[in-house]
Design a protein around this ligand. Structure first.
Ligand code: HEM
Ligand code: NAG
Ligand code: NAG
Ligand code: NAG
Length: 283
């Protein structure tokens, strides 16, 4: 098991690196054509949004829940194959094929399931163990000690985060759509959440800090950072009408390219945490 996963990961990273080069020399999709024809969301037409009902399975990931709310994944969030996940995150969010294989494969391992044969319910994605992704100090969820149902967004956190937005899209025609969340806004709010966690005796390990910054980075690179899009995505877990992934390249966002956003975000989160600790000390 351990040996095969090392080979698997080495293979995926090599594949990802090659895709990153291919992507750099391939022309991008024209605006409005990122989601492939024949897939939900093509031409900005997303299937109808239906909020989750009694008995529907939802997880700590707003973007997967959004797919279920639109019926791109089964609306009840149940009995989903890892391959379906691979294919739907590719067509919906334009992550590279390497990423779309790597992450479902990672979560299959955390669940001790077989990527090729088994299925899962969305709530299982919120598994909390050293191989899992779920962690404390999230931006959109209360810690599990305060909210055992990680399928529920915590609206006060989301409003607080979006209220920090300090960026401006100078090309936006409508001033309503100009406000943007920046990497520094995300780092500052994440530092606040991590500091609050430390103040109650909690701590994140290295891998969960990296997952935290990776998830935050999708709000910039995939969603595009506009507050007018982030609000429906995070609060209702709904894909806005006419929205398309902000990454228009043909291969989609590779892991290597993604790290160029994730790593600086993680570094500035640490910088903001030090500043918060210093401010506390000096009273
Ligand atoms: C198989 C694919 C995926 C899996 C297994 C997965 C898993 C997770 C998990 C377990 C969390 C909770 C982490 C926490 O405790 O904060 C999470 C949060 C999140 N994920 Fe995903 N995810 C997947 C795909 C995606 C995609 C494609 C996107 C973006 C387009 C995305 C964006 C996010 C965001 C923004 C959060 C919220 C982080 C927060 O509240 O701080 N995820 N994901
Ligand atoms: C789950 O999905 C598989 C196909 O992926 C199907 O064969 C099986 O009957 C389904 N199980 C339930 C309980 O719906
Ligand atoms: C992942 O999805 C792609 C389609 O985007 C498909 O061609 C590929 O076979 C899938 N890979 C696995 C391992 O499921
Ligand atoms: C970049 O990030 C991914 C996760 O998104 C990680 O697994 C990978 O090892 C990192 N490094 C490279 C060179 O891609």
């Amino acid at each position: 098991m351990a040996i095969t996963s090392i080979f698997n990961d080495a293979f995926v990273l090599t594949w990802d690196f090659i895709l990153t080069i291919v992507d750099a020399v391939t022309p991008s999709h024209p605006a409005g054509h990122v989601v492939p024809a024949g897939h939900p969301g093509a031409g900005g037409e997303w299937p109808e949004y239906v909020s989750p009902g009694e008995g529907d399975s939802r997880c700590a990931c707003p973007m997967l829940n959004a797919m279920a709310n639109h019926g791109i994944l089964p609306h009840d969030g149940k009995n989903i194959s890892f391959k379906t996940m691979n294919e739907t995150i590719r067509s919906t969010y334009n992550f590279s094929p390497s990423f779309c294989y790597f992450v479902p494969n990672y979560i299959a391992r955390a669940l001790d399931k077989d990527y090729f044969k088994d299925t899962f319910d969305l709530e299982q994605i919120s598994v909390r163990n050293d191989k899992g992704i779920e962690h404390d100090a999230s931006l959109t969820r209360e810690d599990v000690r305060f909210q055992p149902d990680q399928g529920k967004p915590h609206i006060p956190f989301i409003n607080e985060l979006l209220a920090t937005a300090s960026g401006k899209d100078t090309s936006a025609e409508d001033p309503e759509n100009a406000l943007m969340l920046t990497s520094d806004d995300l780092a500052r709010y994440s530092a606040k959440r991590r500091t609050d966690l430390e103040n109650i005796g909690g701590k994140l390990d290295f891998i969960h800090k990296m997952f935290g910054s990776s998830n935050s980075a999708t709000l910039l690179r995939i969603v595009g950072g506009h507050v007018s899009d982030l609000r429906p995505f995070l609060i209702d877990e709904r894909i806005p009408d006419k929205w398309e992934p902000a990454i228009r390249s043909r291969v989609g966002l590779t892991m290597a390219r993604f790290n160029l956003t994730v790593l600086p975000l993680e570094f500035s989160t640490r910088k903001h945490m030090k500043a918060l600790a210093k401010a506390k000390k000096s009273g």
